[in-house]
Design a protein around this ligand. Sequence first.
Ligand SMILES: [Zn+2]
Length: 251
Amino acid sequence: MKQGLNSKVLSVLEDKIQLIRTEKGAIYLVGPIKLPVNLYGETVEFKWYCWLNCDEVTEDFERIIDKLSSSNLAELQQSSVLVYGDFEYGEDAIIRMHSICHTGDIFGSKRCDCGYQLKKSMKMIQEHGTGSLFYLANHEGRGIGLFSKAMAYVLQENGYDTVEANEGLGFVDDSRNYSDAIQVLKAIRQKPVTLMTNNPKKLNALKEAGLKVSGRQPLWGDISEYNEKYLQTKINKSGHLEEDEGACPND
Ligand SMILES: [Zn+2]
């Protein structure tokens, strides 16, 4: 039989875990954890939290920790959030809800400007003084998943635009959901936030989901010959604002 957790491990972790009750069950939030980050050659200290969705709702964290080693979490993706400055109490904080982009964030793909936006938003948070970056792991390819995104890229190489490709594969254009992120945000900050985005639909979706928004900050991207068409589709079909309206077409 598997041995229970040793009490020292539990006592260390207990203080760093928070239960957030949701409609579907629970979110367990762990953190803050010190995370020094290399940001354009400078070391910047963020605080990091990660969360896990669970059907089981309990404040007995030993039960949750006990399940981890058999849960195969590496096969799933967990989301997380980087926090900078006095995020809980600071008057004016800016946040970014960043959708995971394996090709853009990790490989630096030029087919989109996600990787650029990721780093840029971290820099803007640092310059602003306080804020947070939510990295949403279930948002790959606007919620269609990495493998489907690869299929969509094949279609795009054959003349489809982003929206047509996703729809051609049977997906709605944008199936991202922000409710978990908003629940986590509420657990770490009560005051309103300024949202970094160029996408008015995203701003509205977040407001409707209960986010207290005090404003919007555009986030200009990295335009090149490789992503021009993708960015133009965002403006034409997905309601993103153009540059001369004070916003970048991506996200
Ligand atoms: Zn991307």
